[in-house]
Design a protein around this ligand. Structure first.
Ligand code: MG
Length: 367
């Protein structure tokens, strides 16, 4: 099988809540997503998606994804999309770095591999564990009472894991964590995610200020060494996210005992192929994972579902269903949250069928 054409589409994804706010005053109202379509000489078509969390979060931005796809696509024409190692080597040979550019291309090739094999992607990624898996809900940064009200509402919808967007004023963050902790019931899990937003003195005050609370602390500071310093001053379970972008950081973090849980965002690693490598390493090392992406719509949610559902249940800390946050559906067949849980499609490939009228005309078209 050979790739004959690669197209990319731009899609706006507004939010049900109107906006999403996190540390340092960062905020997004409409997410700018990019869908990739790969056509082959055998008539099969694969899809992928990448959606950075705005241009100011990770070193990734939506227009850059589309520019990068146009840069790489020519080298992939004529390649066999089912040979994922070769596909990734080809992408790395023609463009150094820029993993988020490669992620939707890699996901689209997995979609094709699944269709060729007649298997859902999660089977090819290792197998389907249990009937479904647990989701968390990200709680946009607001005043403590408003965040508590949101947690109550999402708890009523079935979520049992809540990731509070903190990383603001330390005193107010302590109030945020305390306000929500009061709502937690046995079996619930609470994560305070600072998204790199605290300086070390602020993080030190927050972890001390919530010492009596059962809460996970996620990525308190910008740099790895700063996070490690806080990790060594607290007995809260500890999650690293933004700093973990590849095998090297996982190995370093493991050697330093720097975290109990890591957050694996598919596009931060460069696609399902490399995220699977990281996932499998974490399973071997006994590190639990949040499996997700920076943001996305139905196709990113499908990709997350296949990687999360193929992760041993005891190692899957939680995962995300971005398609329930946004108001626009870009594909039929995407997994839909039920009672705070999600399941990967049973159909071959990703199991999604894009709404072509929503995608519109391609903004990149290489053949
Ligand atoms: Mg995080």
């Amino acid at each position: 099988m050979k790739i004959t054409r690669i197209a990319a589409y731009q899609v706006d994804l507004p939010l049900h809540e109107g906006s999403y706010k996190w540390s340092g005053g960062k905020s997004v109202e409409v997410f700018d997503s990019t869908v990739v379509r790969i056509e082959t000489d055998e008539g099969l078509t694969g899809y992928g998606e990448v959606c950075p969390l705005g241009p100011f979060y990770l070193p990734a931005y939506a227009a850059g994804a589309r520019t990068g796809i146009a840069e790489i696509a020519g080298a992939l024409i004529g390649e066999d999309p089912t040979q994922l190692g070769r596909i990734n080597q080809c992408m790395d040979r023609v463009l150094k770095g820029h993993p988020y550019v490669k992620s939707p291309l890699d996901i689209a090739c997995w979609d094709l591999l699944g269709q060729v094999a007649g298997q859902p992607v999660c089977h090819l990624l290792g197998g389907r564990y249990a009937d479904d898996f647990v989701l968390y809900r990200a709680i946009s940064q607001q005043a403590p009472e408003a965040m508590a009200a949101n947690v109550q509402g999402y708890r009523d919808e079935g979520y049992r894991r809540f990731q509070l967007k903190v990383g603001g004023d330390p005193n107010e963050d302590i109030d945020r964590i305390r306000a929500v902790a009061n709502l937690m019931e046995p079996g619930d899990k609470l994560i305070a995610d600072a998204n790199t937003g605290w300086l070390m003195h602020e993080a030190a005050r927050v972890v001390r200020g919530v010492r009596d609370i059962d809460v996970y602390i996620e990525q308190p500071c910008l740099e790895y060494d700063e996070c490690l310093s806080i990790r060594r001053r607290t007995d809260h379970p500890f999650v690293l996210d933004e700093n973990v972008d590849g095998i090297g950081m996982l190995m370093r973090g493991h050697a330093d005992q720097a975290m109990d849980v890591v957050n694996i965002k598919i596009s931060k690693f460069g696609g399902l192929t490399k995220a699977k490598q990281a996932r499998d390493l974490c399973v071997s090392l006994g590190i639990a994972m949040t499996i997700e992406d920076s943001w996305g719509g139905d196709i990113v949610t499908a990709a997350i579902a296949h990687l999360a559902h193929s992760t041993p249940t005891e190692h899957l800390f939680t995962a995300t269903d971005f398609n329930s946050y946004v108001t626009v559906s870009i594909a039929a067949g995407a997994p839909q949250r039920s009672n705070g849980r999600l399941a990967a499609s049973q159909q071959p490939g990703l199991g999604i069928e894009p709404h072509l009228e929503v995608l519109g005309d391609p903004v990149v078209d290489i053949h």
